[in-house]
Design a protein around this ligand. Structure first.
Ligand code: FVH
Length: 292
């Protein structure tokens, strides 16, 4: 239990780019750490830094009550733990997967006598063990496990518990990554538009950052619409106006010789919602089209 002063012993399976920095963070905080990696050479630098290296996953798991997995995918977790005794263990899976995979893995672990917590890491390796980096991990599953182990779990990055449903950490993780993917699409299109002109990307970049930052509170507007059911509340630029404006966006893309393929799927949804008679809304109604 990490609520005592003694640093609890941990086992970490997986020493890829993420697992290695997790290991270093726990070692630096004074946690006795046992590590295992399928390719054993990757454990050598950590042995020099104080980690105990186990020869097999089963040996590694046997060494600690708190076992963390950070492997490539859910299949690798199943393979690494296939012949391992998990009775009485606290298993924390920091491997990225889908909500359904996390729920199935939780049921699998509980059947084998372990408490289970799934984690979705909202950080890249340099943000781990770096206070103030903004990195954190979504956790969901056993509340009792989270409460007992929060001290150790919060060492590499912030720890945010999002519910007993073991699929919720992955769902939060993937929802945020999906929004980021949309942002990357928009940024790609914007740079494509200016690429052949005498506009330096380094001069354009701060303008783009400031604009995206100014537009970010749009997220709260959408949340308010979904909470109230009134999709017109506080709308300044309505759907009719935005759909009209889309033609300028598309025409400019054509003039600049840029494919509009990143924009048109979203624009088509906006047009469908407008055609259904929702001219005074913003874009929140698109969510209804995606989910119904
Ligand atoms: N790196 C990142 O930026 C992201 C940030 C957000 C979270 N992800 C997720 O973290 C998981 C691990 O990512 P990683 O960056 O450490 O990944 P790799 O460097 O590719 O290391 C993969 C480790 O998995 C081991 N492994 C693969 N297959 C198996 C298997 N069948 N049995 C046992 N171990 C396996 C691999 O071992 P080896 O190739 O060295 O023998 C590495 O230890 C991941 O879910 C990200 O999505 C990282």
């Amino acid at each position: 239990n990490d609520t005592t002063f003694e640093k609890s012993r941990l086992t970490l399976l997986g020493l890829g780019a993420m697992g290695t920095v997790l290991a270093r963070a726990w070692l630096a905080a004074g946690h006795p750490l046992t590590v295992w990696n399928r390719t054993s050479t990757r454990a050598e630098p950590l042995a020099a830094e104080g980690a105990t290296v186990a020869g097999t996953a089963a040996e590694a798991v046997a060494a600690s009550d708190l076992v963390v997995t950070c492997l490539l995918d859910d299949i690798s977790v199943g393979e690494a733990l296939s012949d391992v005794d998990l009775t009485g263990k606290d298993l924390v899976n920091l491997t990225t997967g889908t909500p359904a995979q996390a729920r199935a893995r939780a049921a699998w672990a509980e059947k084998r006598g372990a408490r289970f917590l799934d984690g979705g890491i909202m950080a890249v390796p340099p943000m781990i063990g770096a206070p103030g980096s903004g990195g954190y991990v979504f956790y969901s599953g056993s509340r009792a496990l989270f409460d007992a182990r929060q001290g150790a779990l919060a060492i590499p990055a912030g720890a945010m518990y999002v519910g007993e449903d073991p699929g919720f950490a992955a769902l939060h993780d993937v929802a945020l990554l999906s929004a980021m993917t949309g942002m990357f699409a928009g940024v790609s299109h914007a740079f494509a538009l200016i690429r052949k002109e005498e506009i330096a990307p380094k001069d354009f970049a701060p303008l783009l950052v400031d604009w995206l930052t100014a537009m970010a509170p749009y997220v709260y507007g959408v949340a308010g619409h979904l909470e109230s059911g009134d999709y017109t509340k506080g709308v300044v630029s309505n759907l009719a106006m935005m759909v009209e404006g889309n033609s300028t966006l598309l025409r400019t893309a054509e003039e600049q010789g840029v494919s509009s393929e990143l924009l048109t799927p979203f624009m088509a949804l906006m047009e469908r919602r407008l055609a259904a008679g929702h001219s005074n809304e913003g874009t929140t109604g698109v969510i209804d089209l995606l989910t119904h």
